[in-house]
Structure formats: structure tokens, C-alpha cells
Design a binder for this molecule. Structure first.
Ligand SMILES: [Zn+2]
Length: 288
């Protein structure tokens, strides 16, 4: 991908974590039960012990987003992410202005290890995510390395595709699509499953990533031979069925949330081939 020398977005925060990987002590229901049982065995008041644990939890080091050291050298990965984010601002800025609207771009937080967001704390294990609460795209810089190593995806265009997909979720927050899906979920409606609303939401973000790629190719001529295949391989590598096959050995369609690799590829291509926002209405599509 020929991205060097292009505009870099200023909507980027470099988050460094002081808590380290998975800092803090998380206690689920199982943990509470265990503490109560331990308390009973040891003849101590379980409530007292719980209080002690709660105290430990709150004093445990937490990941904090500290401002970046202005003198720290800018890594190539950061520079690349800023250029890609800037290009999504160009694409969406134009699409919004076509309907006389101003595009409020998201902020991108580049972190390594752990990070705090309005959606809670996250570690690298979560992968890239978008938080509607603070309208920020969170990218773990280690994720890209792991993506290349573990998933067989990787390469710069694949990384750009992941960024464009997360920005797609930002668009869905602006358009109200995410809220509608959340409302259905809040009412107790089913959003999971093959062909469910969550899959449609994810496939739409893939189609939006395709719109970005269309622009990157048509106007910027960023793509080099092999880039499209790279993006498609990534879509394939991070399709839910591939991930599930790797982790469980079998595919369980009911728990799909991102769509199959084939579906992800198809919707990405739809955005890429058409460059038309109207082609990305996965919610109206009879078949995905
Ligand atoms: Zn997504």
C-alpha cells in the first residue's frame, strides 16, 4: 500500500498503560462464592472478607490513559494508522456533505497492553473495538502483529481494512443503526445468530470498509497488486466461522456475530466494487 507522505489525522491519542496487561483484579460471581466459602471454612465473616477483596480491587493498579510523551518517536505503525484514519475522514466527510451534513470524525486511541474506555477497560485480548460511549476507535498496536502471526491475515492493507471497519461502527452510531440494534436487544429480542441483527451490523461495517477501499483505490491509487486479496484473506481469517473452527474445532452458526468469512468478503466487495453507500443496507437484504 502506497500510503507514505499523505495527510495524517490529528484525531489520534496515544494511550500508554500504567497497569500493564490485565492490571486489576476481576472477581466474577464464581470468585465471590469462593471467597464466601473460604470465609466459612476459615471461620471468618464472609462479608468482611468480601470487603477486603473489594478494597484490593479498587486499589489495584488500573490502566490509565496517560498523555503521550511529545518527545517519544513516532513509530511507523502510528504514522500509518494516522494516514488511514485521515483517509476515512475524507471519504465520510464527502459522503456526509453530499447530504448537507457535517461529519464528526471519531478519535483513534492507539494503545498497547491495556486501556480504559467509556465502555470499560480492555486488554489486547479484546482486539480492535469501537466504543459508542466516547466515540473512539481503540486499536491495540500489538494486535496487528498477532493478526499476522496467528491468523494468517496481516499486511498493511489488511490493517487499514480493520481500521475502516471500526470507523464503520462509528458511522452506525451516527446514523442510529447501533441504537436500533441495542433497543431490540434491550427489549429482549434476539439479535444473535446467523442472519441476526448483530451479523447484519458487522457486515454493514465490512461494506463501509469496502467503500473506503473503493476511494483508496479510485482516487489515491493506494492499492498495489495483492492488496485486495490481502483484505479478503483478513476478512476470511477473522470471519467468525474461521475463528470458531480454530478455537473449537467445529462451526456453531448460532453464535455467529460477525458473519462467515464468505459473507464478510461478499459485503466488503459490494462496497468496494460500487463505492455506493446505498449498496450497504445489510438490514434490508433478504440474503446475506
Ligand atoms: Zn465489527
Amino acid at each position: 500500500m502506497k500510503w507514505r507522505g499523505q495527510r495524517e489525522s490529528s484525531n489520534v491519542e496515544i494511550g500508554s498503560s500504567s497497569g500493564g496487561r490485565g492490571g486489576g483484579l476481576k472477581m466474577g460471581l464464581g470468585g465471590i462464592v469462593l471467597v464466601v466459602i473460604l470465609g466459612l471454612i476459615m471461620g471468618k465473616n464472609p462479608m468482611e472478607m468480601l470487603g477486603l477483596v473489594a478494597q484490593m480491587e479498587s486499589s489495584a493498579p488500573r490502566a490509565a490513559n496517560t498523555p503521550a510523551d511529545p518527545n517519544a518517536p513516532v513509530t511507523e505503525e502510528q504514522q500509518f494508522s494516522k494516514v488511514v484514519l485521515a483517509s476515512t475522514e475524507d471519504v465520510w466527510g464527502r459522503i456526509f456533505s453530499a447530504s448537507n451534513q457535517k461529519y464528526p470524525p471519531p478519535t483513534m486511541v492507539l494503545f498497547s497492553g491495556a486501556v480504559q474506555s467509556a465502555c470499560g477497560g480492555a486488554t489486547s485480548a479484546v482486539g480492535p473495538f469501537y466504543c459508542p460511549g466516547d466515540q473512539k476507535v481503540y486499536l491495540d498496536t500489538q494486535f496487528f502483529d498477532e493478526m499476522t502471526a496467528k491468523l494468517g491475515g496481516g499486511g498493511d492493507f489488511a490493517q487499514a481494512y480493520v481500521i475502516a471497519h471500526e470507523v464503520g461502527h462509528h458511522i452506525q452510531t451516527l446514523t442510529g443503526v447501533s441504537e436500533q440494534v441495542n433497543k431490540v436487544r434491550a427489549r429482549g429480542g434476539t439479535v444473535e445468530g446467523d442472519g441476526g441483527l448483530l451479523v447484519r451490523q458487522e457486515l454493514q461495517a465490512d461494506c463501509y470498509a469496502g467503500l473506503w477501499a473503493h476511494y483508496a483505490q479510485q482516487e489515491k491509487r493506494w492499492m498495489e497488486p495483492g492488496d485486495l486479496e490481502e483484505a479478503i484473506n483478513t476478512a476470511q481469517a477473522i470471519g467468525d466461522d474461521t475463528l470458531q473452527r480454530q478455537s473449537r474445532g467445529t462451526v456453531v452458526p448460532d453464535s455467529f456475530s460477525h458473519g462467515s468469512a464468505e459473507q464478510r468478503m461478499r459485503w466488503f466487495r459490494r462496497g468496494f466494487d460500487s463505492g455506493d453507500l446505498g449498496q450497504c443496507d445489510t438490514f434490508k437484504a433478504a440474503s446475506l
